[in-house]
Design a protein around this ligand. Structure first.
Ligand code: NAD
Length: 275
């Protein structure tokens, strides 16, 4: 079974560098998909209140029989729950559905700058961390200005910023800012959601050279940039394929060629416009 290395977050907590994402997996299918991932060696699971599958995810975690301390569970606060009291309540609800006493990582899902509630939400997250209900706290889809405001206003640096990141959108500016502040970069839609990116002829050529699949090449590209990745699949063979990426390396020449795929394509909305 592949051994997944960890990144040490800025509060000393260890997070697996590769996990399993469950966006768009219906609750009734989440139990089986997460169980397959755990059997394949994944220990980190990325869900969110808005995905509607925290219950199915929690059932798979419980049924696995794995010790809680071997698992790394992330969930996210949905936009409508931003605010101090509402954030505290939202975590109660998520923990209830997951069947857990604590999560390993709790993220503010979107900054919603027009609403301007994220600094207050972050105060609730500080309390959540102090109470041990999340071992680490972080954000998702935060832009440079949002990170600056949180850090300057609270002095508490998010452990993680989970952002859209794949070869067509390598997010150099954010990765650089994260490195300066000791924030781990976590890539969502790391495979570019499959279609299109994984059919790219350059990626196919590199994959053929290494006797690997396009998905494995893209995941290696992420890992070699220093990103945490959370690929999603409900297909058992792909779930196994996506974690089998720790026994080969892309040479610098391949990394340079892949850098040429940056064309700024976003699959999701620009975070400034999610209200
Ligand atoms: P992804 O880039 O992981 O791509 C998933 C799709 O790629 C699958 O549905 C499948 O069609 C295809 N695929 C997966 N493995 C493959 C393989 N080995 N070979 C060929 N095709 C393969 O996309 P994603 O699900 O959007 O992102 C991953 C995770 O990131 C999500 O499940 C979720 O946990 C997280 N996410 C977070 C946010 C956020 O706002 N924070 C937004 C989107 C996704």
């Amino acid at each position: 079974m592949p051994k997944v290395p960890a990144v040490i977050l800025n509060n000393g907590v260890e997070m697996p560098r590769l996990g399993f994402g469950v966006w768009q997996v219906p609750d009734r299918r989440a139990r089986k998909a997460v169980a397959t991932a755990l059997e394949a060696g994944y220990r980190s699971i990325d869900t969110a209140a808005v995905y509607g599958n925290e219950k199915g995810t929690g059932k798979a975690l419980a049924a696995s029989g794995l010790p809680r301390e071997e698992l790394f569970v992330t969930t996210k606060l949905w936009n409508s729950d931003q605010g101090y009291d509402s954030a505290l309540r939202a975590l109660d609800t998520s923990l209830g559905k997951l069947g857990l006493d604590y999560v390993d990582l709790y993220l503010i899902h979107w900054p919603q700058p027009a609403r301007d509630a994220y600094p207050e939400t972050w105060r609730a997250f500080e309390r959540i961390a102090a109470d041990g209900r999340a071992r680490a706290i972080g954000v998702s889809n935060f832009q440079p200005a949002h990170l600056d405001r949180l850090i300057d206003g609270s002095g508490v640096v998010p452990a993680v910023n989970q952002i859209e990141l794949h070869p067509r959108l390598p997010q150099a500016e954010l990765r650089e800012q994260h490195a300066r502040h000791g924030i781990a970069t976590e890539a969502w839609s790391p495979l570019g959601q499959g279609k299109g990116l994984l059919d790219n002829p350059l990626i196919a050529r590199i994959a053929a050279r290494h006797g690997r699949t396009p998905a494995q090449v893209v995941l290696r590209w992420h890992l070699q940039l220093g990103n945490v990745v959370i690929p999603k699949s409900v297909t058992p063979s792909r779930i196994r394929e996506n974690i089998d990426v720790f026994d080969f390396e892309l040479p610098a020449a391949d990394m340079a060629e892949l850098a040429g795929l940056d064309d700024g394509t976003r699959l999701g909305p620009h975070p400034d416009r999610v209200g």
